[in-house]
Design a protein around this ligand. Sequence first.
Ligand SMILES: C[S@@+](CC[C@H](N)C(=O)[O-])C[C@H]1O[C@@H](n2cnc3c(N)ncnc32)[C@H](O)[C@@H]1O
Length: 254
Amino acid sequence: VGKVYLVGAGPGAADLLTVRAVRLLAMADIVFHDALVQPDVLDLAPQAEKIAVGKRCGAHSTSQRFINKRLADAAARHPVVVRLKGGDPMLFGRAQEEIDALAAAGVDVEVVPGVTAALAAAADLNVSLTRRGVARSVVMVTPRVGEGESPHAWARAAAAADTAVIYMGAGEADAVVAALTGHGMNADIPVVLVENACRPGSFHAAGTLADLAALSRRRGDGPAVIVVGEVGRALALAAAPAFAEPRRIAVAGR
Ligand SMILES: C[S@@+](CC[C@H](N)C(=O)[O-])C[C@H]1O[C@@H](n2cnc3c(N)ncnc32)[C@H](O)[C@@H]1O
């Protein structure tokens, strides 16, 4: 009976995988991967059968059930089954559904962490998400909520943190701004949109929360996160120096 490894593929660059991930890919009999996983990462498992599963922004529940079943079936036939997920498997990746389903089927699971998009974005920007004296808390949130989840919880959490990194929100900038300002966030707070972090074609655009829709229109169709908070102030001011004087941004302490 095989084992399923939920492996973090990181933000896209093959050389940002962990050594453990690379070792497992080289041993894998079969690899199930998300749409965001790049071809050069899959090249690390030339011997393995590769199966694309999942939609770009997370599979919906019927196909998720199908993925769970395929993983369990594969473990009945192969010793090393790799489930490769973009970024870190445990963040916004439906890992728990797979872990629970495999446990229920009696299949062993091991998780291998990866570099999540928020940290890849911070690296691309050379901006610490916890800059001393400016930010002491970070949240990772998404406006995409599942059935039965509060549509407000993410914005409340984002407004309460010093730095918020928003996943899967760049395509709905107006709704993001409305939700955050509705929870008391100042429209003058710096934001930086980062597309394709740590991948070829990496792009970022900085401004204030009020500018988010305009910033978002400048991006392409790659995956993007939005970094909201005072840590992005230098980038926001560099992008729009005119803001520095007339629009003195209220300092943190929201
Ligand atoms: C289904 S979530 C998976 C997140 C993943 N588990 C992680 O830890 O990064 C997909 C979202 O992650 C973000 N994302 C993933 N890769 C990214 C990248 N290289 N640059 C910017 N954002 C990325 C985007 O917000 C994208 O819509």
